[in-house]
Each structure stands twice: as structure tokens, then as C-alpha cells.
Design a binder for this molecule. Structure first.
Ligand SMILES: O=c1ccn([C@@H]2O[C@H](COP(=O)(O)OP(=O)(O)O[C@H]3O[C@H](CO)[C@@H](O)[C@H](O)[C@H]3O)[C@@H](O)[C@H]2O)c(=O)[nH]1
Ligand SMILES: [Mn+2]
Length: 965
């Protein structure tokens, strides 16, 4: 709405319109879209709260809602469905989906078999040194011990994997159908504030962000409970206007999706679907309306694409006017004879202008003071006003292109936020942006739950919010800090060459954590409880009623139930008004905004489970059913100015923001740390896998970007290792296996040192003619076989219980070596530099491909940009190939051939090369769809070397017995 301190203009910009009002009139004032949708909105008489006239929504067989105005008829229906309904209401909202016990049993047995054989193997290795090459033996044993250790800490937390299912019908029955506790059946679900982050209009195309916003605005969740906030760290007018366009296109897109049950609700993906759009569609008007909306989307797309051009043209026009004015002023000044210094400038600043003829308060295309990326005022603009409380039906019938008579055409609130930035203030990247949104949203909508999405991750399943809320509203849901959804990606090459899908992490590791204390927070697609973000403790953390996992069941913890330890209400805000001492704490925690402080208590209240659901933990706070059916207050000027106030850059000074409150600062992987702090306090998180995927996003698919992304994550891990967030330092509320999993996060990059060493061992042994053992004894071979076979067995079982494919598992294994020899290694160095010398680590934004620039779907995959990260793996590949060929020639021509050393060394070298294959492929760019070139070149070098060797050897034994001709 307005910007910063200086501006006192009325709170709305003319071309941005309100959501419920006259859609037809201001539909597309920025374009000729106005004639396109000339329908208006009818507002039904607002039903008062008299039960006789209340409209009741019931579900018919087909699943769609039907209205029934006569209350007696409704009562009758309720009577009929009473039992079924009550049955639904009493059902839990989530359940554990059992993984086959046979598979789990086999899996655990195999884990222990492998642990045992690893121990025996290492023991044997230590006891049988290779005296001919002690250094080789020593290096390899050290590496092997570390590998065993790192495998163990990765594997142990996977002992208790769990699948959780949700029951969104039970959720609906409990919260949205008329029942004795909520006779009107008006939605009693808690509010959700959705946060979307974007930082750079160039690397993150506004069209992608706009699509994300459209997919959020059209989710299947009570409209009046939903608010969407977009944080633009670029402060760019381009993003702003793209969002305004999205808000305006949403007026046809959202009702269209709801009417025809479109999936996914991201127009770009929907219209790009390869499958038949008419499948299962029976409404006759669908064809016509789809065509109409598709055309609307195409025009929308062109408008968004042309924004940068139109902004430039518009700005040039305004600027040249200003220049003329400045020139005139300068001339006029000459006439009145004043001193030279006060003479006005002859040049006007090259400003960027909004369509209403005012200067954009954010970044300008020609950056200058007050208008550059790190230096601009706060901007908050309400793009879509908060919706009315009751459904609003659209227009339809003859003469209307779209018939929305039966559709609720309200839209959720949409707010554009660009927090203030000033030189000299640390703005803490994504974490800082999210914290600004937490505060602004607390004041503007205060949803008790917060969903975080990156701009390139959109809602793929319109019911995903409901799935997530199931965990929060279930029994013991008040102990859930967040619900993490898996990250799924689009546009990745079918063979997933660089393991971009990360399925091993998302479907194995995180699922396994779900059986302990819950998955980590991975940055996007996560539904938070607001109070958990505020840094409060979970309610009665000491009463251990966990449904699954380890330790809780085997070693039941002492129940501590004296009232001092059972924290029922977070102590900070328990009596904000009455107690002066606690009130004193507030500014220190949350800053000076009293509106913000007041909202904290309300959010905590609204996030509580229903008193009817709650069945354990006496004294745990609950709320009565029906308490969230009231409307919310409209936004006023004072509210929005307060929101502007809390996104200013000085607001966090001397507060706990970024430390114990909100997203945690000071890490390039703020996500893991933020989640960790919650688990450390004893909160539980859940993993929510839905069908279809809840959210989908993009991932960098070319080797260079992939390596940089991995580098950033690994650097974050090293930081965690050297910080107070190292899980070894956590208190006892962090469960043992969870702790090991977090330890693993901090430790895994260090494995790279050993991987690198190990990859150089085969060439070293081949060149020297030695091997890690003095000869290939049967014991060694048997151990090697057991270790490899048990790993394969585990892979097969993991594939079975997680549902990923064997290929994905193998890709992950390959990338373990590729990442280990490149990005992880650099991360360790960077991390050490930071710890020892305090050199800061920069956060390079992962670039997103806009997708439709090139004809080839995976053109990006073949993009090749050289980085120094590639030096170690490349060296390893070449050395290994050269070594194999060289050693082969030497052994063949040797008087005393050491075949067993050759076989051993070659075996290891091939093991390395097979892992490196995708990397070699990546080096070749588009031309070499196979890595032959690298391998052939290395082969040639090897042959030359061997020839050289043989020649030298021949001349040594001049005239000797053996002649090489
Ligand atoms: O100053 C900044 C920098 C970044 N971002 C946003 O942060 C998000 C993540 O950045 P991206 O470069 O896409 O990171 P990814 O490699 O995709 O990051 C994953 O891992 C990161 C931590 O390592 C998390 O922050 C991300 O949410 C998670 O998706 C994007 O939406 C950016 O717009 C900001 O808002 N402000
Ligand atoms: Mn991303």
C-alpha cells in the first residue's frame, strides 16, 4: 500500500483492484483485457446469524457442494446422515500407513549384518598390514574406517521409517460440516498465511512467480482464511507489476479452476499438460470456458513478458519530461541572480515510474541512492483486499463469456512486500525476508499457520493445505511445529543424470526421520505453526505420548508431571496486559510494535486443536469448536502503516529476531538450522507425502549449477558443524536418532576428504605396482563381497519400502562421489576459512530456467560452464584411466608380473570411473552424449606413457633377452 516514511498517499494504487467488488469494470485497466470479461458480481443478502435462515452447505455424492436454503430440510438431512457424520467427526485425521513388516524385518537384520561384517573387515584390515606398501595400506584403512562411520550415521536413523496418511474427509466433517458443535457448518479451519520469496527479477522470472501466486490463490481452502504474501528482495517494479497482473488475471482463473476442478492450478503447467484436457470433464460449458481462459492466459503472459519493455518506455517518457523541466528550472535560475551553489541540477534523475505517474519507491533500472537493491524504502501494497466473510457468487447466463453463477468468486488477500534495505544494515537474505513477512502478516492477517514456498515452487495439488492442516489439528497436533512436504521437481531429464530429484533424501531419509521426531525443514513447501516460529516451547514436552519411533517405546521416559515443568502456555505472552514484568520482555523478543505483540497470543489461541479432538494431556490449551467461524476485520490505514513499520530495516535492532525468534540468521542453509532449533526444543514435525504431489518446483539441471547448489548446502552443513547448532551440543529433548541424523548433516561434507584420497588410491597403486593389501587373499575377497552384497541388499529393500527406483538410488550413489570430490571438498575448505579466518560465504542464488526459451526440453542440461569445482573429478577420471592402461602394459611386459595387484587396482579404478560416468558425460556438453571423448583421450595418453615406459625399460636392458618389436 504505501511506501516508507515519506509517502502519505492514499493507501491504494489505482490500477490495482479489489477482489470482491466490481470485477468487470477494473478488470484490466492496464490493457485491453477490459472488454474481455464483462461480467459483474452479485452479492447475496448477507445471512445473519439467525439459525433459521442460515445457509448450510452439504456434500452431495459427487463431492461438490450443494446449497440448501430451507433449514428444516437440512435438519432432516442431518438427521439421516447423523451417524455417518458423527462417525467421521470422531475419526483421527492422520494415520500411520504400515510398511510391510517382512521388509522392515529383513531390512533391520541386513543393517546389523552389514555393521557386523564391516567391523570384522576393518579388524582384519588393521591386523593385516601390507608391509610392501605400508603407506598405501595406512591411507586406505583410514578412509575405510571413516566410510564405515559415515555410512553408519547415515543408516542408523533409517531404522524406523514411517508413512503417514491424512484423512481430509474427516477434517471436513470436523470443521466444515454442520454438526452439534458448529451448527452453521461455516468453516472452522484456522487461517493460513502463505509466504513466497523472490529476490531477483532476472534469475527468477516474474512469470514463474506469477504462476506460483495464481496456484496459491486458487487452492482449495476457505478463501476468507487464506492470505498470500510475496516478498520481493529485488524491490523491482517488474515483479510488482507482474504480481498486479496476476491479481487481475486471478479473477477469471480462480473461479474457473474451482468451477471445473482444474488440476494443477498453475496456468502454465495446466495449459502445457500433455494429456487430454477433456478427460472426465462432462460440463458442456467447459470447452468454451477453457478456450476463453486459455486465451486470457496467453494475453496475460504476453502482458507480463512485455512489462519490462513498457516500464522502460513509460519511464523514458516521464524522465524526458522531467529533464525538460529541470532544464527550464536551471535556465530560470539564471534570471534571478543567486549564488552558484544553489543552482538546481540540469539533469533529472533517471527514475523508474509506475503507471500512475509516480516514481517507484523500490529499485530503479538505473540504480541510485534510495533506489538500489540494497538501499530502498519499505513497500507494502495490498494487491487483493481481504475477502468478504460470506461467499460471493459471480454473474452468468446469456451474454457472459464465463458463467460463474454457481461459483464463489472471492479471492484471498494478496500482499506485495519489499522490506526496507539500507547500506550498513545486514539484511540476512531469505531468512531476513521471511522474518519481515512473519511480522507484516502478524499485523495484517495473523494466520496461526504459515506456509513457505520459494517463488519457483507452486501448488500442484489444490488440497495440499488441507492435508497439512490434518497433522496440526489432530490429536497432539499442538506439539507439531511444522509439516514438511517433499520437494518434487519438474523439467529434470528422465534419467536424472545428476540426481537432481534427490529422491533418496526425500523418500528415504526424511521418511525415516518421520518415524523419530520428524523431518528437517528443507526450505520450501513447509507449513509452520506460527508460535513455533516465535520460538516458544511446545506444550508439555515431557509427557511422551509419541505414537512411534524409538526410545519412546523401548525406554519409556519418566513422566514429569509437576506443574513447574509442564509448560502449558508459553510463558512470554501469557499475561501480556496484566503483568508489567512479562510485558517488559516483549520488546526484547519481538520488537517495539505493540500490535505485533498483541497478535502473538491470538495466533497461539487460533492454532490450538479443538477441545473435542484433544484427548490427552490434561490442562493443555484447546479451543472450543466454532470459535473460528467469525469474520475478520477489514484492513485499515493504521494497520497497514504498522505493517510498513515492522518491515523497516531497523526494526530488528536489539530484538531476538533471527536468533530465538523466526528464521535463524547467519547460515546459508537457514532452513535446516531453523528446523533444528524447533526439534531441539522438543517440537515434533511431520512429513506429508500426498498423491498427487503437493508442490512442484524447478531445480538446476546442468552440471555447473548443480555443483554450485550442492556446494552451498554443504557449506551450510560445515557451518552447522562449527556452530552452536551442532547436534552434539543439543539438550536432551532432541531424541537420540534424530540427533544422529542432524550430526550426519554437519559431518557428511567432511567425508569428501576421504573420498578424494580414496579416488587417488587406485592410480597410486597401479603406478607403483602395489596394492592396499599384499595379495588378494580369500578372506579379503569374502569380506569385500559381503560388504558390497549387503549394500546392494539394503538398496533393494530401501527401494521397496520407499517407492523410489533402483536407478534413482544408483544416481544418488554416483553423485555422492562426484559431489564428494568437488563441491563438498570446497565447502569444507570454505567452512574452515570462515571458522579460522572469518571469511564470509556468499549466497549465490540458484538460477531458474524459465523453461520455454528453447525448443529442447532439456537444453539446459547440456549447458556447460567451466568452474574450478570440476578440477578434482576431472583429474581423478584421467588419472584412473591412464593408470589402468599403463599398469596393464607394464604387467604384460614385466619379467615378474604382479597380476593380483593389477586386478585389485583395476577393480578399484573401475569402481571410481563408473561412479564418475555422469560427470564425464556432463563435461562433454551437447556434442558428446557419451563421455567417450574424455575416456578415449585418457586412453591415448596412457598408451603413449606405456610405450615410453617400455622403450625406457628396453634401453635399460640394452641388448637384453627381451626385444619389443
Ligand atoms: O536475499 C535473498 C536470497 C534468496 N531469497 C529467496 O530464497 C529462495 C531460495 O533460493 P534458491 O537460490 O532458489 O535456493 P535453492 O538452492 O533452491 O534452495 C534450497 O535451499 C536453501 C537453503 O540452502 C533454502 O533457502 C531454499 O528455500 C531451498 O529451496 C528463493 O525463493 C529466493 O528468492 C530471498 O528471498 N532473498
Ligand atoms: Mn530454489
Amino acid at each position: 500500500m504505501m511506501y516508507g516514511e515519506s509517502s502519505h498517499r492514499p493507501p491504494r494504487i489505482s490500477h490495482v483492484s479489489n477482489s470482491t467488488g466490481d470485477i468487470g469494470s477494473d478488470f484490466g485497466s492496464s490493457s485491453d483485457f477490459a472488454n474481455f470479461a464483462n461480467y459483474t458480481v452479485t452479492v447475496p443478502p448477507t445471512p445473519d446469524n439467525n439459525p433459521a435462515t442460515v445457509q448450510i452447505v452439504l456434500r452431495d455424492e459427487s463431492g461438490s457442494s450443494c446449497k440448501d436454503d430451507e433449514s428444516d430440510q437440512t435438519d432432516l438431512r442431518i438427521g439421516e446422515e447423523d451417524d455417518a457424520l458423527l462417525d467421521k467427526i470422531s475419526q483421527p485425521l492422520t494415520r500411520i500407513v504400515k510398511i510391510s513388516p517382512i521388509i522392515m524385518a529383513l531390512y533391520r537384520v541386513l543393517i546389523f549384518v552389514r555393521i557386523a561384517s564391516l567391523c570384522l573387515f576393518l579388524l582384519w584390515r588393521v591386523r593385516n598390514p601390507n608391509n610392501k606398501a605400508i603407506w598405501l595400506w595406512f591411507l586406505s584403512v583410514i578412509c575405510e574406517i571413516w566410510f564405515a562411520f559415515s555410512w553408519l550415521i547415515d543408516q542408523i536413523p533409517r531404522l524406523f521409517p514411517v508413512n503417514h496418511g491424512t484423512d481430509i474427509e474427516a477434517l471436513e466433517a470436523k470443521f466444515e460440516l454442520p454438526n452439534p458443535n458448529n451448527p452453521t457448518g461455516k468453516s472452522d479451519l484456522p487461517g493460513i498465511d502463505v509466504f513466497v520469496s523472490t529476490a531477483d527479477a532476472e534469475k527468477e522470472p516474474p512469470l514463474v512467480t506469477a504462476n506460483t501466486i495464481l496456484s496459491i490463490l486458487s487452492v482449495d481452502y476457505p478463501i476468507e482464511k487464506l492470505s498470500c504474501y510475496i516478498s520481493d528482495d529485488g524491490g523491482s517494479l517488474l515483479t510488482f507489476e507482474a504480481m498486479a497482473e496476476a491479481a487481475s488475471f486471478a479473477k477469471i482463473w480462480v473461479p474457473f479452476c474451482k468451477k471445473h476442478k482444474i488440476e494443477p492450478r498453475n496456468p502454465e503447467s495446466y495449459f502445457g499438460l500433455k494429456k487430454d484436457p477433456y478427460k472426465n470433464k462432462v460440463r458442456h460449458d467447459f470447452v468454451r470456458e477453457r478456450r476463453y481462459v486459455k486465451r486470457g492466459y496467453e494475453e496475460f503472459k504476453v502482458r507480463v513478458n512485455s512489462l519490462s519493455h513498457s516500464i522502460r518506455r513509460r519511464s523514458d517518457a516521464f524522465n524526458s519530461k522531467d529533464e525538460i523541466k529541470a532544464l527550464e528550472k536551471w535556465k530560470n535560475w539564471k534570471l534571478n541572480d543567486q549564488d552558484e551553489e544553489s543552482r538546481p541540477s540540469i539533469v533529472a534523475p533517471k527514475a523508474t515510474w509506475m503507471s500512475d505517474g509516480t516514481q517507484w519507491p523500490g529499485t530503479w533500472s538505473v540504480p541510485c541512492t534510495n533506489h538500489s537493491k540494497g538501499d530502498h524504502a519499505s513497500i507494502i501494497q495490498v494487491l487483493l483486499d481481504p475477502p468478504r466473510d460470506e461467499p460471493v457468487k459471480g454473474r452468468g447466463g446469456a451474454g457472459y463469456a464465463l458463467d460463474f453463477e454457481e461459483v464463489d468468486i472471492r479471492l484471498p488477500m494478496l500482499v506485495y512486500v519489499s522490506r526496507e534495505k539500507r547500506p550498513g544494515y545486514e539484511h540476512n537474505k531469505k531468512a531476513g525476508a521471511m522474518n519481515a513477512l512473519v511480522r507484516a502478516s502478524a499485523i495484517m492477517s495473523n494466520g496461526p499457520f504459515i506456509l513457505n514456498l520459494d517463488c519457483d515452487h507452486y501448488v500442484y495439488n489444490s488440497r495440499s493445505f488441507r492435508h497439512g492442516i490434518c497433522f496440526m489439528m489432530d490429536r497432539d497436533g499442538d506439539r507439531v511445529c511444522y509439516v514438511q512436504f517433499p520437494q518434487r521437481f519438474e523439467g529434470i531429464d528422465p534419467s536424472d543424470r545428476y540426481a537432481n530429484n534427490n529422491t533418496v533424501f526425500f523418500d528415504i531419509n526424511l521418511r525415516a526421520l518421520d518415524g523419530i521426531q520428524g523431518p528437517m525443514y528443507v526450505g520450501t513447501g513447509c507449513l509452520f505453526r506460527r508460535t513455533a516460529l516465535y520460538g516458544f516451547d511446545p506444550p508439555d514436552v515431557f509427557v511422551d505420548v509419541d505414537r512411534s519411533g524409538c526410545c519412546g517405546c523401548c525406554f519409556p521416559r519418566k513422566r514429569k508431571c509437576n506443574s513447574a515443568t509442564v509448560a502449558t502456555e508459553p510463558e512470554y505472552y501469557i499475561d501480556v496486559e496484566d503483568d508489567d514484568d512479562t510485558a517488559g520482555l516483549i520488546p526484547k523478543l519481538f520488537g517495539s510494535s505493540s500490535m505485533l505483540v498483541k497478535s502473538v497470543k491470538l495466533a497461539a489461541y487460533q492454532g490450538r486443536p479443538l477441545s473435542t479432538v484433544q484427548s490427552s494431556g490434561p490442562g493443555r490449551p484447546v479451543r472450543p469448536p466454532g470459535s473460528l467461524t467469525g469474520g475478520r476485520e477489514p484492513l485499515d490505514y493504521a494497520t497497514v502503516s504498522e505493517a510498513v513499520n515492522v518491515v523497516s530495516c531497523w526494526y530488528e535492532d536489539k530484538t531476538e529476531w533471527g536468533n530465538s525468534v523466526g528464521w535463524v540468521y547467519g547460515s546459508v542453509t537457514e532452513d535446516v538450522v531453523t528446523g533444528y532449533r524447533m526439534h531441539e526444543k522438543g517440537w515434533r514435525s511431520f512429513y506429508c507425502v500426498t498423491e498427487p504431489d503437493a508442490f512442484r518446483g524447478t531445480a538446476p539441471i546442468n552440471l555447473t549449477d548443480r555443483l554450485h547448489q550442492v556446494l552451498r548446502w554443504a557449506t551450510g552443513s560445515v557451518e552447522i558443524f562449527f556452530s552452536r547448532n551442532n547436534a552434539a551440543l543439543a539438550g536432551r529433548k532432541l531424541k537420540l536418532l534424530q540427533r544422529i541424523a542432524y550430526l550426519n548433516v554437519g559431518i557428511y561434507p567432511f567425508t569428501s576428504i576421504f573420498i578424494l584420497t580414496y579416488c587417488f588410491l587406485p592410480p597410486l597403486s597401479l603406478f607403483t605396482g602395489q596394492f592396499v593389501v599384499d595379495s588378494l587373499k580369500p578372506a579379503f575377497l569374502v569380506y569385500l563381497l559381503t560388504i558390497s552384497l549387503s549394500l546392494c541388499g539394503l538398496a533393494v529393500l530401501e527401494v521397496k519400502w520407499s517407492g523410489i527406483s533402483l536407478e534413482e538410488w544408483w544416481r544418488n550413489e554416483q553423485f555422492w562421489l562426484i559431489g564428494g570430490t568437488s563441491a563438498h571438498l570446497v565447502a569444507v575448505l570454505q567452512g574452515l576459512l570462515k571458522v579460522i579466518a572469518g571469511v564470509e560465504i556468499s549466497f549465490t542464488l540458484t538460477s531458474k530456467s524459465s523453461g520455454d526459451e528453447e525448443d529442447d526440453d532439456f537444453a539446459d542440461l547440456y549447458l556447460f560452464k567451466w568452474t574450478s569445482l570440476m578440477i578434482p573429478p576431472l583429474t581423478i577420471i584421467i588419472l584412473n584411466i591412464v593408470a589402468i592402461l599403463f599398469a596393464f602394459c607394464r604387467t604384460v611386459f614385466s619379467d615378474n608380473p604382479q597380476w593380483s595387484n593389477l586386478v585389485g587396482g583395476t577393480f578399484f579404478a573401475v569402481w571410481v570411473l563408473v561412479h564418475m560416468y555422469p560427470f564425464a558425460k556432463g563435461l562433454m556438453g551437447r556434442t558428446g552424449k557419451t563421455p567417450t571423448v574424455v575416456y578415449v583421450w585418457s586412453g591415448l595418453i596412457a598408451i603413449c606413457l606405456s610405450l615410453l615406459y617400455v622403450t625406457i625399460k628396453n634401453s635399460e636392458i640394452a641388448g637384453g633377452s627381451f626385444q619389443f618389436t
